[in-house]
Design a protein around this ligand. Structure first.
Ligand code: HEC
Length: 227
């Protein structure tokens, strides 16, 4: 999608158009999963990582509101972490988070960061691990490309993104973003009125899938109206 400015200086109007190609977004069309794997996170978060833990953790944090670094959203998976790249994550002190993080990150490992030539940056490559990392980390030859989100299996990153976008966590995180932007602070869950109004906003978004409708509800809330 790209934004196109239409209209006049007096009456500005932006429209969003679906485009097949953009020079700065080289990812194959059938492997796109929105901004989770646009060039930005692949470039800056995956970079040269064999297993892109940071990319997965940041998607989880930014879009689902769950920060593993703060021990949020932990769904430990049995027999994880395996430690395919010899980082020592099987240690007890690490496994509490990495038993969730590693299976969350496997589906990201077929998406290039900035290794390879420029023609490969931010593209999908099913052989990425074999090509660039197995020599250094032999165990990676048996690393899966499927994973787990919220303790449930995901086939690949498209499935990851689909399940994420259909989750309550995504609705709550979306409402939280706008809530913070418009009200100026995060929801105070101890405030019963605010908490119940917030729940109504989440329900509205779930039902209508319309941020615009949710925002109309938001400005009717007491939290918004009260000084
Ligand atoms: C509180 C949860 C938590 C614990 C405990 C934890 N990690 Fe992590 N780790 C993370 C998260 C989350 C990331 C991804 C970075 C981010 O976005 O915060 C990460 C990233 C990493 C990375 C990838 C860094 C990179 O630059 O790609 C390595 C390696 C790692 N952890 C190793 C360890 C080891 C070894 C231990 C134990 C000594 C450990 N972690 C303990 C949550 C944790």
């Amino acid at each position: 999608v790209q934004r196109v400015d239409k209209g006049t200086p007096e009456a500005p109007k932006s429209v969003y158009e679906i485009v097949d190609k953009r020079a700065d977004q080289p990812l194959q069309k059938e492997k796109r999963a929105g901004i989770i794997v646009s060039a930005w996170p692949l470039f800056y978060n995956t970079m040269f990582s064999a297993l892109p833990r940071t990319t997965a953790a940041q998607a989880y944090r930014a879009f689902l509101g769950l920060d593993i670094a703060k021990s949020q959203g932990l769904f430990p998976i049995a027999n994880e972490p395996v430690d395919y790249d010899d980082r020592g994550v099987t240690d007890k002190a690490c496994a509490s988070c990495h038993s969730t993080l590693e299976p969350l990150a496997y589906p990201f490992a077929t998406y290039n960061g900035i290794q390879g030539g420029k023609s490969e940056w931010s593209t999908y490559d099913p052989n990425r691990i074999t090509k660039y990392f197995v020599k250094q980390f032999p165990k990676m030859a048996s690393m899966p490309t499927n994973g787990f989100l919220f303790g449930k299996p995901v086939k690949d990153l498209l499935d990851w993104a689909k399940q994420a976008s259909e989750s309550d966590a995504f609705l709550i995180a979306t409402v939280n973003d706008y809530y913070k932007a418009l009200i100026g602070s995060e929801l105070n869950a101890a405030d019963k009125t605010a908490a119940s109004e917030h729940a109504i906003l989440v329900a509205e978004l779930k039902q209508s899938h319309s941020v615009e409708k949710m925002l109309h509800r938001l400005i009717d809330t007491e939290a918004y109206g009260a000084p």
